[in-house]
Design a protein around this ligand. Structure first.
Ligand SMILES: [Ca+2]
Ligand SMILES: [Ca+2]
Length: 238
C-alpha cells in the first residue's frame, strides 16, 4: 500500500468520525397555513432569502402578511447558521398574530429545516401572550423521519406543548429523540386559536442535544489507532 493511500484511508476514517461536526447545508422555510397539514395549495410558504423574506442573512426568515382573517408577523424563523448547527439542532419561531374577527379561525405557523444529524434528547419550549385571555396557543415539533422540509404528520410528531391559555402562558416538553434516518428534517409549529379579536404573541423553540453514541467514540479511537500505526511505520521506515 502506498503512503498516499494510507493517508487517504486515515483521512476517510477521521472524516467519518468527525461527521457529526459538519455544518448543515440546508435551507430554512417558514409557513402560514389555514390547516395543520398545510394542505390545499392555499397556504403561504417562504424560503430563507426567497421572495418575502426581509432578513438578508441566512438561517433567519422574517415576513408579514394578512391571511386567513389574521394580520400576521413571523418576527423570525431561525435555524442554522443563525442558531444551532447540524450537530446541535435548534429551531425558533417568534410570531405576532392579530385578528379583528369576532369569530376567528385557527391559524398555523411553521418553521422547518433539513440536514440535521444529531439524535439524543429534545426540549420544546413555548411562551407568549394572549390579549384578553382569548383562546389557546399550541406548540408542536415533528421530524426525524425524512430530510424534507415541512414534512410533518401525526406519524412523526415529537412532542406538543399546550394548548395553553391565559394572558401569559409558558410550557415545555422534553424527552429522548432518535431520528430514523440521517440526515433528517425538523419542523416546529404553533396553532393560534383565538376566540375574540385581539393579538396573540409567542416564541416556540426546539433544541436537540446529542447523547454521544458509543460507536462515535469507537470510530474516533479506531482513527487515532490507525494514525498511530502509520506514524510508527513511518518512524520505523525512516
Ligand atoms: Ca391550506
Ligand atoms: Ca434570510
Amino acid at each position: 500500500m502506498t503512503r498516499a493511500r494510507q493517508f487517504l484511508q486515515v483521512a476517510a476514517l477521521l472524516a467519518l468520525a468527525a461527521g457529526t461536526m459538519n455544518p448543515a447545508h440546508a435551507t430554512a422555510f417558514a409557513a402560514i397555513c389555514n390547516d395543520l397539514g398545510c394542505k390545499g395549495g392555499d397556504d403561504i410558504i417562504i424560503q430563507d432569502n426567497g421572495a418575502g423574506d426581509t432578513i438578508g442573512s441566512l438561517g433567519a426568515i422574517s415576513f408579514a402578511t394578512s391571511a386567513f382573517g389574521y394580520s400576521l408577523v413571523v418576527d423570525t424563523v431561525q435555524s442554522t447558521p443563525a442558531i444551532g448547527s447540524a450537530s446541535a439542532p435548534q429551531l425558533d419561531l417568534a410570531f405576532t398574530a392579530t385578528t379583528d374577527s369576532a369569530t376567528p379561525s385557527t391559524i398555523f405557523l411553521f418553521g422547518s429545516d433539513t440536514d440535521f444529524l444529531t439524535s439524543g434528547t429534545f426540549d420544546l419550549a413555548l411562551g407568549g401572550t394572549n390579549s384578553g385571555a382569548s383562546g389557546t396557543v399550541t406548540g408542536r415539533a415533528w421530524g426525524g423521519t425524512s430530510d424534507t422540509a415541512l414534512q410533518f404528520s401525526g406519524a412523526n410528531l415529537i412532542a406538543a406543548a399546550g394548548p395553553l391559555s391565559g394572558t401569559t402562558f409558558s410550557a415545555n416538553a422534553a424527552g429522548p429523540f432518535t431520528a430514523q434516518i440521517d440526515p433528517f428534517s425538523l419542523t416546529i409549529g404553533v396553532a393560534v386559536s383565538r376566540s375574540s379579536p385581539g393579538t396573540s404573541t409567542g416564541d416556540l423553540n426546539l433544541q436537540v442535544a446529542a447523547v454521544p453514541e458509543p460507536e462515535t467514540y469507537a470510530l474516533m479511537l479506531a482513527g487515532f489507532a490507525v494514525l498511530g500505526f502509520v506514524a510508527r511505520r513511518r518512524k520505523a521506515a525512516a
